[in-house]
Ligand binder design. Structure first.
Ligand code: E4P
Length: 222
């Protein structure tokens, strides 16, 4: 399963890259706003900076909602770097734009997926990725992980090559469950990825190893 980081924060992206676990980045307009990145030129420059840090896919989301504007914006984003994946919302205009980009050989990530039907339509239009939002479904008492399972089953049934990118991942168990189900990709913030490293037995085991080493290596009294 590929690990993407869900942030526009350059320091977090660098840290994940240096950990050696990073396969790509997802951003969205809220994450860009959180970093204070405003205005077209700054947004474009920021995406380019992200692409310079990471060797994998970088999802850059369009702000436009009308087909003609979406394709203009997506074309400009795609020109920035070969690793840019144009992120398109699940709307009628969005699906049309996915078809346009797919025919042009530009990769897309269909975002804001909350049902298997939406995922199937995006895949049929030629999306490279679909992004079902696990955490936001959990937030409204709906099983987000069940949706990942349903989409993976459907795509497997028909040999659909669109990758299932589990998004809105909120805690380490989400990551483990995604891997068990067979999601192609998961995207999560840095703190959630780093939480995978923690285990109290690792901490106590290491403390014991170091204490034993120190005892055995005490300077010999003359
Ligand atoms: C997906 O690509 C989105 O950027 C993201 O995962 C949404 O997560 P949130 O529900 O925590 O905002």
């Amino acid at each position: 399963m590929k690990f993407f980081i869900d942030t526009a924060n350059l320091a977090d992206i660098r840290e994940a890259q240096e950990m050696g676990v990073l396969d790509g980045v997802t951003t969205n307009p809220s994450l860009m706003a959180k970093e204070g990145i405003t205005g077209k030129d700054n947004v474009m420059r920021h995406y380019k900076q992200i692409c310079d840090i990471v060797e994998g896919d970088v999802s850059a989301e369009v702000i436009s909602v009308k087909y003609e504007e979406m394709i203009k914006e997506g074309d400009e984003l795609a020109e920035l770097d070969e690793n840019i994946v144009v992120k398109i919302p699940m709307t009628a205009d969005g699906v049309k734009a996915i078809k346009y980009f797919s025919e042009k050989g530009i990769r897309t990530n269909c975002t804001l997926i909350f049902s298997a039907g939406q995922a199937l339509v995006a895949a049929k239009a030629g999306a490279s990725f679909v992004s079902p939002f696990v955490g936001r479904l959990d937030d409204i008492s709906t099983d987000g992980m069940a949706l990942i399972e349903q989409i993976v089953t459907i795509f497997t049934n028909y040999g659909i090559t669109t990758e299932v990118l589990a998004a809105s991942v909120r805690h380490p168990m989400h990551i483990i469950q995604c891997a068990e189900i067979g999601a192609d990709v998961m995207t999560a913030p840095l703190n959630v990825i780093k939480a995978l490293l923690n285990h109290p037995l690792t901490d106590s085991g290491l403390a014991k190893f170091l204490a034993d080493h120190e005892k055995a290596n005490l300077p010999v009294k003359q």
